[in-house]
Design a protein around this ligand. Structure first.
Ligand SMILES: CC(C)(COP(=O)(O)OP(=O)(O)OC[C@H]1O[C@@H](n2cnc3c(N)ncnc32)[C@H](O)[C@@H]1OP(=O)(O)O)[C@@H](O)C(=O)NCCC(=O)NCCS
Length: 240
């Protein structure tokens, strides 16, 4: 069955069938060659892959800096985050410094990023080659994949489509940084409906459930979700 892409731009919708071998994002870009900003994914979970050209909402993925740590403490302590991120233990200022400073300094393989929406920092995303974490690699289907964890920490920004936009911005950013990587991987708690829905909207496919030991000694049953980078985002060789 052919896959079709729709791009909403300035109130109009342009549609086109994805030619064999072309990434969905590449088709979306071809449909709006005159767009002033890149089309972004809205919902790729159904047969029609829906993108939008949105000139009013800009997302930046920037490296985390030392000065972000008070925000990180606040975000990690927010009830809607704690519910799904408790396994790392309490986010005291000391614990957050100990955890994130080495990554900020580039002294460990995990890379830390902050999402800015229209100039305001709203959350964080971390990514890593799964093969750099051998114990985790044993649990996951593809050690060659890049793993990702994320949160929108500002309570007033949650549940309004921001997480979907931000994670898409991360995916485009990560594709350029890991050009040889074929898959991105996330593993939310099986009860985390918002996170699972965001991943589905961006084209991640749910796979096996597995039990992930947490740093606090608990075990969480998570759903492995994989994004086929070539299928959805294409490669750097594709036309811009
Ligand atoms: C997960 C998270 C990043 C999503 O960001 P967000 O801005 O809330 O997400 P969006 O608004 O873009 O999309 C949420 C989707 O989930 C759906 N959703 C939310 N709660 C849901 C629930 N309880 N059941 C089913 N669907 C739900 C929303 O309806 C929306 O889907 P829709 O657009 O099809 O209606 C954010 O909620 C968050 O940071 N949560 C806490 C930390 C966390 O869980 N991180 C992920 C760890 S893997």
């Amino acid at each position: 069955m052919p896959v079709e892409v729709a791009v909403t731009t300035a109130g109009a919708v342009r549609r086109g069938v994805v030619p064999a071998g072309e990434a969905w994002l590449t088709t979306a870009r071809r449909l709006v060659p005159d767009a002033v900003v890149d089309p972004v994914a809205v919902d790729l979970s159904g047969p029609l892959k829906h993108f939008v050209v949105d000139v009013d909402l800009r997302v930046a993925v920037r490296p985390m800096v030392h000065g972000d740590l008070p925000d990180v403490v606040r975000w990690r302590s927010a009830p809607h985050v704690r519910r799904w991120w408790a396994g790392d233990g309490p986010a005291t200022p000391a614990a957050v410094r100990e955890r994130y400073l080495p990554a900020i300094a580039g002294d460990e393989p995990t890379r830390m990023w902050v999402w800015e929406v229209n100039g305001r920092s709203v959350g964080l995303v971390q990514d890593y080659r799964i093969s750099d974490h051998p114990e985790y690699a044993l649990l996951t289907p593809d050690p060659a994949a890049v793993g990702v964890d994320y949160l929108v920490g500002e309570p007033d920004r949650v549940g309004r489509g921001v997480g979907t936009r931000c994670l898409w911005a991360w995916a485009v950013h990560a594709r350029a940084r890991y050009p040889e990587v074929a898959a991105f991987f996330a593993a939310p708690d099986h009860r985390n409906r918002a996170s699972l829905r965001v991943l589905a909207k961006l084209g991640f496919v749910e796979g096996l459930w597995f039990d992930e030991p947490q740093e606090d000694g608990t075990v969480t049953t998570v759903v492995g979700c994989t994004l086929d980078v070539g299928l959805v985002l294409g490669s750097d060789d594709d036309p811009p």
